[in-house]
Write a protein that binds this ligand. Structure first.
Ligand SMILES: [Zn+2]
Length: 111
């Protein structure tokens, strides 16, 4: 599954979604901003364990609906102290893949 995400992000490197930046901070004090593209295409993450969660979209007549979420755990080596900087990717695996699969219609406008 991880390989799928790596190749999918390489294939869609122009996707606007991948141009988002994430700020990560090491316990030594070093912090950096890195694009989603760098994180995902570089394979600096691991796929977490599938968890069930209550859907935030409650439809009428449904009290609670559980959906399956797979977290992406980032792990990037700190260039200063060499420790692993760990962080949680802001989107689930499912959301990330669906965003990568969808081509935004106006991608040229932001180029
Ligand atoms: Zn560090």
């Amino acid at each position: 599954m991880k390989d799928t995400l790596v190749s999918l992000s390489k294939k869609n490197r122009d996707n606007i979604f991948l141009k988002n930046k994430l700020k990560i901070r090491c316990k030594c004090g070093h912090s950096e901003k890195i694009t989603y593209y760098e994180l995902l295409s570089g394979g600096e993450f691991s796929i977490g364990e599938n968890t069930q969660t209550i859907s935030p979209f409650i439809s009428e007549g449904v009290i609670e609906e559980t959906i399956s979420i797979t977290p992406i755990n980032l792990a990037r080596k700190c260039p200063v102290c060499g420790e692993d900087i760990t962080a949680m990717f802001p989107l689930s695996l499912q959301d990330t893949i669906s965003l990568l699969m969808s081509q935004p219609p106006d991608s040229q406008m932001y180029g």
